[in-house]
Every structure is written in C-alpha cells, then in structure tokens.
Write a protein that binds this ligand. Structure first.
Ligand code: ATP
Length: 362
C-alpha cells in the first residue's frame, strides 16, 4: 500500500432539510483517508449515517440532503487531483463511474425494470465515454467482458430484464456495471443485504478476487460485521453521524476501545452452536435533532460517568504506532478500561450510569 491517499475526507458534514425547514445533521464531521487497493468498511447500526456518508462522497444525496462543510479530495497529491465538492456538471458526472463508482442497496431498484440489462450497460458507457463513439459491437463486447469478470454468462444476462435474473445475479450484474469503466474506487452500500448467506459469501469472495486482479479500493458500507471483517483492511464504526472508532480489522475486532464497537461485536449472532450468545446494545440510537449533551452514546453505555455527559470526546490515538503505520483511534474518555470481554451493563432505563467507569468480569 503506498502512502498517498486516493481519497481524503476532512470534517465532512451532511444535513437533511426536514419539515418546517429545519436542518438535521446526519454526518457530523467525518475524517478518513482511503489508500490505493485498501478496503475500508463503514459499520454501525441503522441510522448511524453510513449511507449518507457514501452518497455525500459521490455527491449523490437526495434533494433534501446538503453537504454543509468539510472537504473531499480525490488524488490530492496528483497534479490532476480533484476537489470533489467544487466539481460541477459534466466533469462531476464523468468523475463518477469512471473514477469512483457506487453499488447501491437493493439491485432491483438500481436497475431500470423496463430496460434490458444490456441496454443499461450500453447507456452507461455511452453517457460516460461520449468521445469514444463506441459502436454496438464494442459496447456489447465490453459489457460481456465485465459480466464474465463477475462470473456471469453474458449471453444469459444482457438480453434479460432485471426481474428475470435471481437476486444474486442482479447484484453481480450491478457490480459489473459499476466496474465497467474501471474506476479506482468502488463504494458498496449494503451490497449483499437481502441475499441468502451462501450468495453473500460468493459475492464477498468475488469482490476480494476482483480487487486482487484489478487493484481498486473499496468503501464497504454494512451493518454486517462478519462480512466487513472478511473484506476490509480497515474498519470505521459510525454512531450518530460520527466515526467513533477506527482501526485495522484485527485491531478493531480483537481489541475494540469504544463501548459501542464492543456492543456491535457482542450483538453478532454465533455461527456455531454453543458459542457465546449475542447481547444486544440496550436503548436506541439518539434522535439526531435532539442529541444528548456530551458523548451521544453515553445514555446507552455502561462505562459512562458524569464526565461523559459533559464532554463529547474527539477521536484519539489509543495505540501508539510508529509513523506511517495504521492508526487505532477511539472517541471515548474511558477507552483504557474498555475490553471486548468486559462489558459493564448499561442502565436499563436508558439513563447514564453514574458509577465510575470500571471493568466487570463476565
Ligand atoms: N432523505 C432523507 N431525508 C431526511 N433524513 C434522512 C434522509 N435519509 C436519511 N436520513 C436520516 O439521516 C440519518 C442517517 O441515515 P442513513 O441512511 O445515512 O444511515 P445508515 O447508517 O446508512 O442506515 P441504514 O443502514 O438503515 O441505511 C437517519 O437519521 C435518517 O433518518
């Protein structure tokens, strides 16, 4: 992995306009770097802001969504580097797909149901490569190549309507469509949700192989920690619109330092009979329009003290590493006492636990 980031995100903020003209911040100051050939997983409960972050990076937010601050820089060290938030019109459209492509949640919705899959491939190529004046045969050959790369039989897929394909085939076809212009970054938003476990596994294996063959980077958005741990080099946990922990996959899964990450890991159902039973995180995510003062996870956290209600902690390094080595960061005042195998019970009524932070042996 080289040291130069492909995508650098600094203090990114996204807000939605809600009824009554109020703005609610769904992404509240996110920083990260994505390196060539790296896979970054964004994990977190529903509503934590993962999709909003992914859509914001590509400037694909719905009309009510607005980027209200921060920076997104693509290949900043390159003379042709791009300030994504300043790009407009055809330049932005060309950048999307040819440099950074997105695979959306739910392949059925992402394809136009009344167009054959082959026509949708052709439309995409012609819209994004207008100067190449691709002929029909060239378009078909390139589409077929991309479909073969995702282990689909082009003859079967190109002349079908989306509903004629199985869910797994549709999702593969969508990945083939995203990769057709050979982007350097692929953003995948819950790409395997709604598929059975075996199909999910096959798609994750295929993504690994494609990444090894082609060398693109991925941002993998998922609430499925098991899939994220298999695919990602680095994992960032999101809560209430912020990254509250970030580290290499082994750091995050073996030695998490934020109680929320611990809660997510402990909530994963066991694969084997007899393994530790899952424990869900008490309470519910906060209403973004009425965030509690201090740390927004404190009302659900067994480690919380008075200090957590007063201070909203920033991400800080929790493991010293030599310069240039991947960092491990967590936004928790009590990170030193947080362990995967020790999880103090949170107050069941959802109020912060006033007891001093301490470890409770399970
Ligand atoms: N179009 C929208 N208009 C207003 N608010 C929105 C819109 N889309 C998302 N939100 C709000 O933004 C917050 C973050 O939602 P987002 O979908 O980004 O979370 P997520 O972590 O991706 O969840 P999920 O896994 O369920 O997709 C939520 O509170 C959600 O209600």
């Amino acid at each position: 992995m080289t040291e130069t980031a492909l995508l650098s995100v600094r203090d990114l903020r996204v807000a939605y306009r809600t009824g009554g003209g109020r703005m609610v911040e769904a992404v509240r100051g996110v920083d990260f770097d994505l390196y060539p050939e790296q896979t970054l997983a964004l994990v977190g409960e529903s509503g934590s802001g993962k999709s909003t972050l992914g859509l914001g990076l590509l400037r694909l937010l719905p009309r009510t969504g607005h980027i209200t601050g921060g920076e997104v820089v693509y290949r900043g060290s390159d003379p042709e580097g791009t300030d994504v938030l300043r790009m407009e019109g055809s330049r932005l459209r060309r950048w999307r797909w040819s440099e950074v492509a997105m695979v959306f949640q739910g392949a059925m919705n992402a394809f136009n149901p009344v167009l054959k899959v082959g026509d949708q491939f052709a439309d995409t190529m012609r819209a994004h490569l207008p100067r190449q004046r691709l002929g029909k045969a060239q378009v078909r050959e390139r589409s077929a190549e991309s479909l073969r790369a995702v282990r689909l039989e082009p003859g079967q897929v190109l002349d079908s309507y989306p509903h004629e394909l199985s869910g797994g085939m549709r999702q593969r076809a969508l990945i083939a469509l995203a990769l057709i212009l050979e982007p350097r970054v692929l953003v995948l938003d819950e790409p395997t949700t709604a598929l059975d476990l075996l199909t999910q596994r096959a798609i994750v294996d295929m993504l690994q192989e494609l990444r090894a063959e082609r060398g693109f980077s991925m941002i993998f958005i998922s609430h499925d920690l098991a899939l994220a741990s298999e695919l990602a080099d680095r994992v960032a946990t999101m809560y209430a619109g912020r990254i509250i922990e970030s580290g290499t996959t082994p750091d995050l899964f073996r030695a998490p330092r934020h109680p929320y990450t611990v809660g997510l890991i402990r909530a994963v159902p066991p694969v084997r009979a007899g393994a530790v039973e899952p424990v869900s995180i008490p309470g519910a995510p906060p209403n973004l329009a009425q965030l509690p003062p201090g740390c927004s996870f404190a009302p659900r956290c067994g480690h919380a003290t008075d200090a957590c209600e007063a201070t909203d902690p920033a991400l800080r390094t929790v493991e010293a590493r030599p310069a240039g080595q991947p960092s491990h960061e967590a936004a928790c005042l009590h990170w030193e006492s947080v362990r995967l195998d020790t999880a103090p019970a949170a107050a069941q009524d959802g109020t912060p636990n006033d007891a001093p932070a301490k470890e409770v042996a399970q």
